[in-house]
Design a protein around this ligand. Structure first.
Ligand code: COI
Length: 355
């Protein structure tokens, strides 16, 4: 159990207009901070007024990108309660990121306590307009000032919070996805399965190219054969082909999304056949679009929620999905998941916890 010291701001900020939040633009009054020092472990957990951080220019995070992050949300229910969604899953995923990057792990219960403490402190910042939430960004940075390549011996774990609306401008309207055939996101043995900034830095060139061509996001293929679908820039991706719902297996190159996991659990509970063990060739997706068996495509993610995909472009060929309309499974998942998160329907899965 952490002994969290709280220092409240003396100058609370004005809250932004909840109907014009966008994504990740505004920040609350406070932040959670905890330090790590070799020999001492994680220590000095505290909540402080939100402030810029000061680091030595030689801090290792700037040079060798020893950094991890998570994405999660706090939701406001109609009767004014605030809910978190499966925070222990984010804690466990952060641990696997830390393990891969040689960063000392944070105990699951300490992570959850820290998240709850910050949300409790900034509860008034959890917005209540439809489709808004308080996006939470826990992250860890290597702070030792040293230019040799080795794991840092000091770190800082920080959580910031941002009242946000939809991640995509399109909201719940279908997005257009560009299947990237030049750059790759991840290769076996690399870092594709963890959440670290480097994965996203390496994805930017593909994303810029896709934007220039009028597409919102990139669908990445496997890094070895460039043959199998893996994931989209900010979400996992599902394909309903001939009645079977398929998504890339999490075998080291795909991020194990918590929304992905929750969708698989819901779909199986509803009796759908879900195949998340077999790799899916992009050629099969394009062929299914041609012969009329590509029924639905959607992305899943904390920020993106459930996002219908209306068009895929691969090597100049265009596949339109479900007449560019949101499909029934996509809609049902969206309604159920957001219904649980915003407390509109009973949480039979036991996924939420009140702050
Ligand atoms: C999330 O869905 O929370 C993410 O971390 C994706 C992101 C890079 C916006």
């Amino acid at each position: 159990m952490l002994d969290i010291k709280v220092t409240r701001t003396q100058t609370p900020k004005a809250k932004p207009d909840q109907t014009k939040l966008g994504f990740g633009t505004y920040y609350t009054d406070h932040m959670f901070v905890m330090d790590y020092t070799e020999g001492q472990g994680w220590h000095s957990p505290r909540i402080e007024p939100y402030h810029p951080i000061s680091l030595d220019p030689a801090a290792m995070v700037f040079h060798y990108a020893q950094e991890s992050f998570e994405g999660m949300k706090a939701y406001r229910t109609a009767d004014g309660r605030v809910l978190l969604f499966r925070p222990e899953k984010n804690a466990a995923r952060l641990q696997s990121t830390h393990k891969r990057l040689c960063i000392p792990e944070i105990p699951v219960e300490d992570f959850v306590q820290a998240v709850r403490a910050l949300v409790h402190e900034d509860k008034d910042w959890v917005p209540s307009e439809p489709d808004t939430s308080l996006y939470l960004r826990p992250f860890t940075i290597a702070t030792e000032a040293h230019l040799g390549v080795k794991p840092s011996n000091t770190y800082q774990f920080i959580i910031i919070a941002s009242p946000s609306g939809a991640y995509y401008e399109e909201g719940m309207s279908p997005v257009k996805i560009y299947v990237e055939d030049e750059y790759v996101r991840a290769t076996p043995g690399g870092t594709g399965f963890i959440k670290c900034g480097g994965n996203y830095a390496a994805s930017l060139a593909g994303q810029v190219k896709a934007h220039e061509l009028g597409y919102s996001q990139v669908l990445w293929l496997d890094g070895v054969e460039r043959k199998y679908v893996e994931e989209v820039g900010s979400m996992n991706c599902f394909f309903k082909i001939d009645g079977v719902i398929r998504t890339a297996p999490c075998v080291g190159t795909v991020l194990p999304g918590i929304t992905r996991m929750s969708c698989i659990e819901l779909l199986r509970k509803w009796g759908y056949e879900v195949d998340c063990e077999t790799r899916l060739p992009i050629a099969d997706v394009m062929a299914a679009a041609k012969n009329g068996t590509l029924e639905e495509v959607f992305g899943t993610g904390t920020a993106a929620v459930i996002s219908p995909v209306g068009e895929l472009r691969y090597e100049g060929e265009i596949a339109t999905v479900n007449g560019f309309q949101t499909g029934p499974v996509t809609q049902r998942l969206y309604d159920t998941l957001t219904g649980i998160q915003w407390g509109k329907i009973p949480d039979e899965m036991g996924w939420t916890q009140e702050v």
